[in-house]
Design a binder for this molecule. Structure first.
Ligand SMILES: NC(=O)c1ccc[n+]([C@@H]2O[C@H](COP(=O)([O-])OP(=O)(O)OC[C@H]3O[C@@H](n4cnc5c(N)ncnc54)[C@H](OP(=O)(O)O)[C@@H]3O)[C@@H](O)[C@H]2O)c1
Length: 322
């Protein structure tokens, strides 16, 4: 009996579609790999990164006394910029400012502010920033849940929702509103917005956090389209895990960089990437998440977050029982 192909006359059509899809994804992956190598391996040695010092005398960093924000403050000071540090705790601000002044011989200014406060806090910040030629604004401050939870189960949800929206959305919007006009006037400026990889896809059990980070990413990308042609560089930074207090990961590893190595890499991408996962390992994770079907990304996240939730709830119960 002659063998008949399972789809008869349509076999050639299916084979062509398969070849086209494979070709499309291979080209996409190759493009990403080449861009990643250019951005994170070649940009620095070839001097392709943006020279931040050309944009103004001062950098403003929110959430500047720990983790990623502190690393931005140090890295920008090392490049010769004076730094305005903004966070909650005056003592931490004083210590980081002194460290930076001694180590990098630049000026600092500290502004103690709690970004969970509403719109009222920005008049005071505006007064502190008056007269400074701000070349770089790093919108870094952010807060998350203490551990993954279903929306209605989150402890103190009535307080947490406005606090998180104020800290993660209002802060980036208002700080940009305060600083952008001076940059437009001088026809140059850099605004770096530290979003999160959890803003790339919905992050179940961290839904409010993930949604605020998607806001930050959209805000950055929208303004890049509005003002990119007026000399302003916007960069939306979407990290996966970095070893900080917020991530509760103390030890760095291949996929979890220290804040300073992460920031050094993300700054290297400034000028070439307006939206970046910040370092090569995180970009690889980003390409995989982009290429994978949405149901798979959701399933992996739900599994991971449910496990974290279970372990944290167990710890809480054990604490209560003591
Ligand atoms: N670490 C990660 O794995 C990761 C991954 C993706 C995205 N991110 C994003 O990266 C950013 C920085 O995170 P991080 O991990 O570096 O955090 P972190 O180590 O916890 O540092 C947070 C900084 O923000 C300040 N801060 C916190 N709440 C504040 C508030 N309400 N008002 C003013 N300042 C406040 C803290 O100082 P005080 O306590 O003195 O105020 C500290 O300087 C966040 O936007 C986060 O969403 C982090």
């Amino acid at each position: 009996m002659p063998q008949t192909a399972p789809f008869g006359q349509y076999n050639a059509v299916f084979a062509s579609i398969g070849a086209l899809v494979t070709f499309y994804y291979t080209v996409r992956l190759l493009r990403s790999v080449i861009r990643g190598l250019k951005t994170f391996v070649l940009a620095k040695p070839l001097g392709l990164s943006t020279d931040v010092k050309r944009y103004g005398d001062w950098a403003v960093v929110t959430g500047a006394t720990d983790g990623i924000g502190k690393a931005y403050a140090q890295e920008l000071a090392q490049k010769g910029l004076n730094i305005v540090l903004i966070s909650r705790t005056p003592e931490k601000l004083g210590n980081v400012a002194a460290e930076i002044e001694t180590q990098y011989k630049v000026q600092t200014k500290t502004v103690p502010v709690d970004f969970t406060g509403g719109a009222d806090i920005y008049n005071a910040i505006a007064r502190e920033l008056e007269g400074l030629k701000i070349g770089v604004l790093v919108n870094n401050v952010g807060m998350s849940y203490s551990f993954p939870q279903y929306f209605l189960e989150v402890e103190n949800i009535e307080k947490l929702i406005p606090n998180m929206i104020n800290c993660n959305c209002l802060a980036v919007t208002m700080m940009t509103y305060l600083v952008l006009p001076g940059m437009i006037e001088r026809k140059k400026g850099i605004i770096i917005n530290v979003s999160s990889a959890s803003g790339m896809n919905p992050s179940p059990l961290l839904t409010v956090y993930s949604s605020t980070k998607a806001y930050m990413d959209f805000f950055s990308r929208g303004l890049e389209i509005e003002y990119g042609s007026k000399g302003i560089i916007f960069q939306s930074v979407l990290p996966f895990f970095v070893s900080t207090k917020l991530s509760k990961i103390r030890r760095a590893s291949l996929t979890v960089p220290t804040p300073s190595s992460y920031v050094s890499s993300a700054l290297g991408a400034l000028g070439s990437e307006t939206r970046t996962n910040g370092c090569l390992m995180h970009s690889i994770q980003g390409w995989v998440a982009d290429a994978a079907p949405e149901w798979l990304v959701n399933a992996v996240q739900v599994h991971m977050h449910k496990d974290l939730r279970r372990r944290n709830l167990k710890k809480l119960e054990q604490k209560k029982a003591k």
